[in-house]
Design a protein around this ligand. Structure first.
Ligand code: SF4
Length: 337
């Protein structure tokens, strides 16, 4: 079994051990579970404990294969839509949020709903409702087809337009150029989003900003940590699933920040040994991070796999300390006696 030599962090965010020779791993902090994912996964686990299997969950509770497989083995049944849940049964809505029509459908079927929507996604829903009520055109920057985006658009389908990337800006039309606001999906690239906003503002100079950042603290913090370490890395490995928006953004951010290569892996076994020896050379510094829906055990597996290849010394690169915790949904909170 290879050994991991975990070095201590200087917590400054500065690239650490820049002068150390030989193979090494830079480990981004923060990484992995955010407060919204932690809450959503614990909600399902507690629902199982309290009510027993099966517990139905609409869509993947969070976008991570390991989490979904583990919960499936414990008796969770993932469904695509609420009409697949037996009448009167319990259903959990995922962290990505749902449109009001989904609540209506669940009510029609008499389902017992536990809503695990992340409070930071609910914030964007509330902004969309408020600006729609006030007669604004809402330009939602996000990725077409993502569950979070579908849920937000569902709050005010006549008032929200999706802007999926820079090229989409040209086709935006609004009713009143003096009443336009942009909102965004919570898991986007901060830099790309701001480029889109700049282009939107060229077309609509009165464009209003959201009341507060829609790209959430966890997305921003993970991108900042990757930016700090990527310039020193020949290779960055992002642990996360292919359908995880924030994990995919970490790959892009790593490449933009100077990493020679960056790859997304679900598991340690997905690491291709050829990544460690590009063009006959040998990678010296590997950056490792993980998306907001990734349990730490998967990162540990990646570090152990890298140690087998001689990358046993690990230096944390810390750029933020996260302490945010969300209360569990009311329906699942422990009784206070
Ligand atoms: S990534 Fe952000 S918005 Fe999404 S669940 Fe985590 S904290 Fe909430």
């Amino acid at each position: 079994m290879p050994t991991l030599d975990m070095q201590t962090s200087d917590s400054s965010g500065a690239p650490v051990a820049a002068d150390s020779a030989g193979k090494r791993v830079l480990l981004a902090e923060p990484r992995g579970y955010c407060a919204g994912v932690d809450r959503a996964v614990e909600t399902v686990e507690r629902a199982l404990e309290k009510h027993g299997a099966p517990v139905y969950v609409r869509h993947e509770i969070v976008h991570n294969k390991h989490v979904v497989d583990t919960l499936t083995n414990k008796g969770v049944v993932f469904v695509h839509e609420a009409d697949e849940v037996p009448e009167g049964a319990m259903v959990v809505f995922s962290a990505h949020g749902v449109a009001p029509s989904v609540h209506d459908l669940a009510a029609d079927r008499g389902l017992r709903v536990i809503d695990a929507t992340c409070p930071l996604v609910s914030k964007v829903h509330n902004e969309a409702k408020r600006f729609a009520r006030d007669g604004y055109d809402i330009l939602l920057i996000g990725h077409a087809g993502h569950e979070e985006v579908i849920g937000i658009i569902g709050e005010a389908p006549d008032d929200v337009q999706l802007v999926d990337g820079l090229d989409a800006v040209d086709s935006v039309t609004v009713r009143d150029e003096s009443k336009v606001v942009w909102l965004s999906q919570t898991t986007l690239s901060v830099d790309e989003t701001m480029q889109t906003v700049v282009k939107l503002r060229e077309r609509f100079p009165s464009l209003q900003d959201p009341p507060s950042d829609d790209i959430c603290y966890a997305t921003q913090n993970r991108q900042t940590a990757v930016k700090a370490m990527a310039p020193e890395c020949e290779l960055v490995i992002v642990v996360g699933s292919k359908n995880s928006s924030n994990s995919n953004r970490l790959v892009e951010v790593a490449l933009d920040a100077g990493a020679h290569a960056a790859h997304l892996v679900d598991y340690a076994e997905d690491i291709d040994p050829s990544w460690l020896e590009p063009a006959g050379g040998e990678v010296q510094t590997i950056g490792v991070t993980s998306g907001a829906s990734v349990p730490e055990i998967l990162v540990r597996g990646v570090l152990e796999r890298l140690a087998e290849h001689g990358y046993g010394t690990v230096y944390p690169v810390a750029t933020a300390n996260e302490t945010l915790v969300f209360a569990l949904p009311r329906e699942i909170r422990p009784d206070r006696r």
